[in-house]
Design a protein around this ligand. Sequence first.
Ligand SMILES: Cc1cc2nc3c(=O)[nH]c(=O)nc-3n(C[C@H](O)[C@H](O)[C@H](O)COP(=O)(O)OP(=O)(O)OC[C@H]3O[C@@H](n4cnc5c(N)ncnc54)[C@H](O)[C@@H]3O)c2cc1C
Length: 313
Amino acid sequence: MKCLVYVETHEGKAQGGSLELLTAAAGLGEVKAVVLGSREAAEQTAAYGVDVLLAGEACCPDAATALLEHIIGEEKPQVVLMNATLAAKDLAPRLAHRLGGGCVTDAVAVEADEAHGVVFTRPAYGGTVLERLALTSAAPAFATVRSGSFAKPEQTGNGAVTEVDVAVAEDAIRARLVETVTEITEMVNLEGADIVVCGGRGMGDAQGFKLVEELADVLGGVVGATRPAIEEGWISRAHQIGQSGKMVAPKLYIACGVFGAMQHISGAMASKYIVAINKDEAASIFDVADVGIVGDVHEILPLMIEEIRKRKA
Ligand SMILES: Cc1cc2nc3c(=O)[nH]c(=O)nc-3n(C[C@H](O)[C@H](O)[C@H](O)COP(=O)(O)OP(=O)(O)OC[C@H]3O[C@@H](n4cnc5c(N)ncnc54)[C@H](O)[C@@H]3O)c2cc1C
């Protein structure tokens, strides 16, 4: 199966969430990537061992649509994957409509399937169920995939970067981007973190939750939280991990006082190594943990913090 990954860029660099899609695509078959306007991002992507098509810069969504429509029309992939950013949620359905394909938004899993070619999984009904979708049209299946749904790929070597010369017709641009205003909100880069320390209701109160922040700090990691910890007001919603929060795929995920409910752990399943600390040995988090510590977080976290500080000194 031919799969094309659209790698979005930010300030000339390939976005981490787009690069994760190379892992998803590798599970489907032959992979190529497409980058618009940044040689640096194209070379960054090629370092993961995939061939990259580099087209010109898109000044606005209409131009990006025209460029990608041309490239996808030439390449004829069966599947086109995009990171579920706001821009991609705009692009994917436009392209699907123009090329006569189907479109799935907000997927959290993408698998090859003997009967249907490819099956996409995504949360539905406010995250209470996961639905599995297959597209029936012969044209490309487009999907936007949530960041953190797949682990980051390994840098396996250099793919080729090929420049493609596509002109965008003047009348293809019907709306121009006049100004970009950056909203000032709390920036929490959970999706790009190598280490995530997550606190749950088991941290007890706001004071107890500070141990999670301290452990993340000594490890150089980012703080995550379960929904109850957020609802209690111990930390802001930007830190929520799970079905209705963020999807993460760090190298190390430390769950502290977290039960491991499906709605939470589905957002952290792509983590490479999971350490869980919980006083209840029957807690579900131990079913997915690589290392489980049965004990009280208020005793174990201070010991971990002290030991890590000593080793770093
Ligand atoms: C539609 C929907 C969407 C949802 N989306 C999300 C989501 O995105 N993210 C999310 O996190 N949840 C989500 N939830 C909620 C989810 O179902 C769970 O209720 C939630 O994840 C539980 O959080 P918790 O593990 O912190 O709390 P609990 O389930 O209360 O677990 C706390 C754990 O801490 C342990 N503990 C207590 N004290 C200590 C101690 N001193 N030391 C060690 N361990 C201790 C307990 O043994 C227990 O296992 C969603 C629910 C629904 C219905």
